[in-house]
Design a protein around this ligand. Structure first.
Ligand code: NAP
Length: 247
């Protein structure tokens, strides 16, 4: 896969899956902008990747000002976006009776509203034939206890993606979803204690968690010309899940 002269934006690219994907795109010749809220984490990411083809931008996607800043950056740069990877998310796990309004809003604002309006504002800046990829989750179609809001955000994102497939097709823009199972990232470590991660790994047919590069590889494939006829797909990256949280 060759992404030379391709311009990639990764919303939520400073660590975990987003960072691994940024690194992979750069290894394959792309120029990449990654966003995140924390300037320190972005700086660490820049030092790790250490490439003139990487740019960083502190922007909070849950906030319309952050989205406007990103749009301004793209407009001023004057280059069409070839790949838009909408990856940021937060997860707060609590039983329905314990969910606070603040946790509800934070998850929907980041995981759904942020990606919806980023897509909306960047549509004019997408190249014809561009690739849009959302990170959803296997939990979008599950019903695990304490995951009501997080799962609902991912299910909502999937539907937005479905509609975008049809709305953007006249410009040959493809829209696809990657749905990871448990992937070893700082994000997973922060929400799942070790024993929970062991449990999640045990529910994968391959009996392990995935790593961020395994998601990145799928994102690059979807963004590449090799996937030119893949549109509206939702690719599970979970080692083959044993269905443990079915509706
Ligand atoms: N890891 C898993 O097991 C797993 C499983 C299924 C799905 N996923 C999905 O995969 C994606 C990446 O997960 P991950 O585990 O790599 O997460 P992670 O390690 O927590 O990284 C999340 C990235 O998103 C950024 N981010 C979070 N909120 C943001 C905001 N409001 N504005 C801009 N950037 C923001 C973070 O930077 P800042 O914190 O500095 O903003 C960071 O760069 C998420 O959509 C997640 O739901 C992960």
């Amino acid at each position: 896969m060759d992404f030379t002269n391709k311009h990639v934006i990764i919303v939520g690219g400073s660590q975990g899956i987003g960072l691994a994907t940024a690194n992979a795109f750069i290894q394959h010749g792309a120029t990449v902008l990654i966003t995140g809220r924390s300037p320190q984490t972005l700086q660490r990411a820049a030092e790790e990747i250490n490439s003139p083809n990487l740019q960083i931008m502190a922007a909070d996607t849950s906030n319309m000002n952050g989205i406007a800043d990103l749009e301004k950056w793209v407009a001023e740069r004057g280059k069409k976006v070839d790949v838009l990877y909408l990856n940021a998310a937060i997860g707060v796990y609590a039983a329905i009776q314990d969910v606070t309004e603040a946790d509800f809003d934070a998850q929907f604002n980041t995981n759904v509203k942020g990606h919806f309006f980023t897509l909306q504002r960047l549509i004019p800046h997408l190249a014809d034939g561009a690739s849009v990829i959302f990170t959803s989750s296997r939990v979008a179609s599950a019903a695990g206890v304490t995951s009501s809001i997080y799962s609902a955000t991912k299910a909502a994102l999937n539907k937005i993606s479905d509609v975008a497939v049809n709305e953007l097709a006249d410009r040959r823009i493809r829209v696809n979803i990657v749905s990871p199972g448990p992937i070893q990232t700082p994000g997973l470590l922060s929400v799942a204690p070790k024993e929970v991660q062991g449990f999640l790994a045990s529910r994968s047919a391959l009996q392990r968690r995935g790593n961020a590069n395994e998601v990145a590889n799928t994102v690059l494939f979807l963004a590449s010309d090799d996937a030119a006829y893949i549109n509206g797909a939702d690719i599970a990256i979970d080692g083959g899940s044993i269905q443990y949280m079915l509706k």
